[in-house]
Design a protein around this ligand. Structure first.
Ligand SMILES: [Zn+2]
Ligand SMILES: [Zn+2]
Length: 548
């Protein structure tokens, strides 16, 4: 389910539908392709674009936006590779032109088969990776689109050094990216190595990433600056400042973090602790801008309502206001309760942002769809267009002029069931309670540290083994870029919207069910408590009467 929905984006050659369908059928019986072939195929399909028309990026239509030339090096996709992967390329090009419901279903299903066929267990691939295969892995899955005002990318892995994040972003065709500056599981981390820093800066220069503007590191989930406990607060603050200093060493000027949680104190005191910690951190740094992320309001988390973020900023001295920012996470704000789908709702959200925070503080976006319904206060990221937000919300985002020039980061799921291993054991669905209180982590850190430990430990052991599929991000980036200037009423948009919605239908229904059940349970609990209260009141009354 994840990301398959975004497949329709690879439509550069949509005229070859009939031929492609044939090829697809032919393929289903062919032997499993190597990883190299799979990636090459995607490179070809996404990147075999004409030369880029670089004029008036803002008015670019869908088709043009989806094309691109690679920035920097790595532009070549050799002929041999294209031939190897050509059948898949054609397969992918079939998607957008399907408009009837049935046709869509068939097309989606076919593609799933193809993709699953190609995914191999990670370990096996790793062990057998030859030099040639390694080189192929470095080839971009998609070329970066040049000249757009919207800078879209994903939270990529920085495993084995921050410098690798640059390469990983090039790989998926990102014009912006996020990374973790150090391990999210540990408080103690080795300092940033000079060699890694130098390489990071060199790669940024070579690949034309302006580190000051379009790279948005993500803070540790362990850090809660609103923490009331003194020792823990110090630990959080030290780790936070250490991250900020790493940013400054790397030439990065934006740093995203979660506002934290109230836990067992009051919102007022937590807010003022957070503001104080931030002020202190700002006073010991000089160029980096800490960016507060909007949250879904789960538990005692701060930052669901925009007013809570506004309250933090208002307590920071004005002299630092040019160095404090806010990142809107579409999934979080929607799950909290904001309507980002309707034109009026989205407008109202922007207005409230301006009223409660101030648009001058808006510095970044996290682009995630939501598996959980609006108001559920659940943090469950879905692939673009497949969740409750749907493609319409992202059309709003991609056509909002005030978002121009901001880094837009995908944190959508790219883990897919490993077909080989998953077939051997029954796949158990993850219950709703497993919130993604953390973001999509693309490092090999699979089980993330959570602020609040969750109750359900049993099912995670039964979770299906998964493999990462980075083509999901490559396609989602192109999909989002294609929405710039696209007419909401056009058959093109409606078709894309319907296809993606269909891909996520089952998942949405599941989480709608969870949400309704939860509301029911809560209502029952309330009623019981009320009855209990009334009963004890009545008992008291009876007892009083009896003693008379
Ligand atoms: Zn986020
Ligand atoms: Zn999240």
């Amino acid at each position: 389910m994840p990301g398959r929905g975004s497949d329709p984006v690879s439509t550069n050659g949509s005229k070859k539908r009939a031929a492609a369908d044939e090829t697809l059928e032919g393929n289903s019986s062919s032997p499993r392709r190597s990883k190299r072939t799979r990636q090459s195929a995607n490179t070809a399909s996404l990147a075999d674009a004409d030369a880029l028309e670089n004029d008036e990026p803002k008015k670019r239509t869908k088709r043009v936006a989806a094309k691109g030339t690679a920035v920097g090096s790595n532009t070549s996709t050799d002929v041999k590779v294209e031939q190897e992967g050509s059948s898949l390329v054609k397969a992918q090009t079939t998607r957008v032109t399907e408009d009837t419901g049935d046709a869509v279903k068939i097309s989606v299903k076919k593609e799933i088969e193809i993709e699953e066929e190609e995914i191999q267990p990670k370990k096996a691939t790793k062990k057998r990776a030859s030099k040639e295969e390694k080189a192929a892995e470095m080839e971009p899955l998609a070329a970066r689109t040049k000249g757009l005002q919207m800078f879209i990318g994903a939270h990529v892995s920085a495993a084995k050094g921050v410098q690798n994040s640059v390469i990983n972003s090039v790989h998926i065709g990102g014009n912006a990216f996020a990374l973790f500056l150090k391990s999210q599981r540990k408080w103690d981390n080795p300092p940033l190595q000079d060699e890694h820093r130098e390489q990071f800066q060199k790669f940024c220069l070579e690949q034309q990433y302006d580190a000051a503007k379009y790279i948005l590191p993500h803070g540790s989930y362990l850090v809660n600056l609103a923490q009331g406990d003194k020792a823990k607060a110090k630990q959080a603050y030290d780790s936070f400042v250490d991250d900020l200093k790493r940013c400054e060493q790397l030439g990065i000027r934006l740093y995203n973090f979660h506002p934290g949680a109230v836990i067992q104190s009051t919102l007022e005191s937590a807010t003022s602790r957070l503001a104080q910690a931030l002020t202190k951190a700002l006073s010991v740094t000089s160029t980096v801008t800490p960016v507060l992320e909007t949250m879904c309001g789960h538990g005692t988390t701060i930052g669901g309502p925009l007013s809570e973020i506004g309250a933090v900023i208002s307590q920071i001295p004005k002299e630092y206001h040019s160095r404090i920012g806010v990142c809107v996470d579409t999934c979080h704000s929607f799950a909290y309760g904001y309507d980002l789908i309707s034109t009026e709702g989205f407008k109202a959200f922007m207005q409230e942002f301006d009223d409660k925070i101030g648009l001058q503080f808006l510095r970044a976006l996290h682009l995630n769809d939501s598996k959980a319904p609006r108001g559920s206060k659940r943090d469950l990221h879905a692939n673009i267009g497949t969740g409750f937000l749907g493609l319409r919300a992202f059309h709003n985002v991609m056509n909002e002029e005030r978002f121009q020039g901001l880094p837009m980061i995908l944190e959508t799921p790219i883990d897919r069931p490993n077909p080989v291993l998953a077939n051997m054991s029954q796949v158990k669905e993850t219950p709703e309670e497993e919130d993604q209180d953390s973001e999509q982590e693309s490092d090999s850190i699979k089980k993330k540290q959570k602020k609040t430990p969750k109750k359900k430990p049993s099912s995670s052991s039964k979770a299906p083994p998964t493999v990462e599929d980075k083509t999901v991000w490559a396609r989602e980036i192109k999909l989002l870029e294609s929405l710039i200037g696209m007419d909401l009423e056009s058959p093109e948009f409606r078709s894309l919207e319907a296809q993606l919605s269909e891909v996520g239908r089952a998942e949405r229904e599941k989480h709608q069910g969870f949400y309704e059940k939860r509301l029911e349970t809560e209502a029952k609990k309330k009623k019981k408590e009320l009855e209990k209260g009334q009963k004890s009141l009545a008992d008291m009354f009876q007892a009083k009467k009896g003693t008379k």
